[in-house]
Design a protein around this ligand. Structure first.
Ligand code: PFF
Length: 487
């Protein structure tokens, strides 16, 4: 733990503050693989597994995937490189990083810190549901897993589970404790070590599940549906959905990439690592869609019924529709267990990164020990997470009714505030800071952009294209949820 701080201090020296005497040359991540796997672990999460497949199904299959890949390769990688470079250049957590670049932007650090503070608690609540489903599938829970031809109502099972006053809290506690447990061990011994184990495992389980699903009768129809570009469905909604997903999926604007960047060695290439993170994230999203969509097609009575089932996203797709699908596949109990283990690993590496973004600030700015910082974050997660969890049970009377007709429970409110409002604002302000308020060579030099063309491209992206894209997300997020019904 001391070593990471030494690394941070040493890098601060590189960012222009007085060189620190006697600081050992150590860094957070041991090298490139550790950094890329941890950052990819952060990016690959619930967003890939429950959001991407649903969006791909809704917005024209192949055409959505194509838009997503093009946007990831342009706007996505630019923002990734920018955040990683800000972290590495300043060597600071999110609170100090913006202030180190320009004192007038200290407030942006606070705003950015609020994002993981809001997200981690409810992310751990959903992580808890995932743990419950692993246990239920492994144990063959009678209300969830069909046995001997008896039909089960997966909707009723899920609804009664989340409304239970104690069970979701217990599983939430388990997930939150697992997250904190890894972070207590530090960057190299905790985060890097677990990412090096879980990311390859994630790849093995997801590819195995994909192959299994593709071998089922009727699955091919789903593959055709998923990958055939339906140009008639192409419109600004497709672009908007792809852009929103990109941002969510790459863990941008929540301080994570800045924090991880501050632990990155100077000799690791920022462009190459960013490319690898984006490829890894997109590949997982596409594999997840190739598991989920064909399995729904294989199980549904008709292609219309399959498309109806695909009309749902989020919790309901993952905890209601998919378990029903697994029940109809041979060996469904084990497929279900394997699938939820996959989701668990993906969610764990993401929540670890969210927690580390907060822990880094507590250690750096309040000079607290790592274990104490973790304890404080754990307390915070418990308080806010309990509220989100109880929002489906005891507190389900608390709802925000919007003029658009949408009604948000506590978890939805946190999600909306973080993803649709704060994150786009943070991303826009980050681009404005980097594009207009610091030396124009600072970030391109840190990234290591050699060619003049690349520097111009990066500058145009950061100054004009990325902020405009983010502004569109912000405005549409406000208009299409608060005022008009969601798209
Ligand atoms: N990128 C991760 C995911 O796709 O799940 C992590 C994450 C993104 C967590 C956005 C939370 C969030 F609101």
């Amino acid at each position: 733990m001391q070593e990471e701080r030494a690394a941070v201090a040493e890098q601060q020296a590189g960012a222009g503050s007085a060189p620190q005497q006697g600081v050992k040359k150590h860094h957070g991540f041991s090298g490139k693989i550790g950094f890329v796997l941890a950052a990819a672990g952060s990016a690959v999460g619930l967003g890939n597994l429950w959001r991407f497949p649903y969006l791909a199904a809704k917005y024209g299959g192949g055409i959505f995937i194509l838009c997503y890949i093009i946007l990831a390769a342009t706007v996505g990688i630019t923002l990734l490189m920018l955040e990683i470079a800000i972290g590495r250049k300043t060597g600071k957590g999110v609170l100090g990083a913006f202030a180190a670049l320009n004192k007038k932007f200290k407030w942006l650090g606070f705003l950015c810190l609020v994002v993981p503070v809001i997200i981690v608690p409810y992310y751990c609540v959903i992580g808890g549901w995932v743990v419950k489903y692993i246990v239920a599938f492994l144990g063959g829970a009678s209300g969830l897993v069909a046995s001997g031809g008896a039909a089960v109502d997966t909707d009723a099972y899920f609804t009664s589970f989340i409304a239970d006053p104690w069970q979701p809290l217990l599983f939430f506690l388990i997930f939150a404790a697992a997250t904190i447990f890894v972070v207590v061990f530090g960057v190299q011994k905790g985060i890097e070590r677990i990412s090096k184990v879980l990311m390859p495992l994630l790849a093995v389980i997801s590819v195995a599940l994909m192959v299994y699903v593709l071998c089922q009768d009727g699955a091919l129809e789903g593959v055709v549906y998923l990958f055939t570009p339906d140009f008639s469905q192409f419109g600004y909604e497709t672009l908007l959905a792809a852009l929103g997903q990109l941002f969510y999926s790459l863990s941008l604007a929540m301080g994570i990439m800045i924090t991880y960047g501050s632990y990155m060695k100077k000799d690791v290439s920022v462009p190459k690592s960013s490319l690898q993170i984006a490829i890894c994230d997109s590949a997982f999203a596409i594999v997840a869609a190739t598991i989920i969509i064909p399995s729904i097609f294989a199980f549904s009575a008709s292609s219309d019924a399959a498309q109806n089932a695909l009309g749902t996203s989020g919790p309901s797709l993952m905890f209601v529709q998919l378990p029903a699908v697994f029940n109809n596949l041979p060996g469904g109990r084990w497929i279900g267990a394997a699938f939820f283990i996959l989701v668990f690993f993906a969610a764990l590496t993401s929540s670890i990164s969210l927690v580390e973004a907060i822990v880094a600030v507590l250690r750096e700015n309040l000079h607290l020990k790592r274990w104490l910082s973790c304890l404080i974050v754990f307390g915070l997660v418990l308080v806010l997470g309990v509220l989100s969890s109880l929002g489906f049970g005891v507190l389900d009377g608390i709802h925000l009714e919007l003029p658009s007709g949408a009604s948000y429970g506590i978890l939805d409110m946190f999600d909306y505030l973080a993803n649709s409002i704060l994150m786009p604002i943070v991303a826009i302000c980050t681009c404005i800071l980097a594009g207009y308020f610091i030396d124009k060579n600072l970030i391109p030099d840190e990234i290591g952009l050699q060619k003049q063309g690349m520097r111009v491209y990066f500058r145009v992206m950061v100054r004009y294209i990325a902020p405009v894209c983010m502004a569109i997300i912000l405005i549409s997020g406000i208009v299409f949820n608060l005022i008009l019904p969601p798209l």
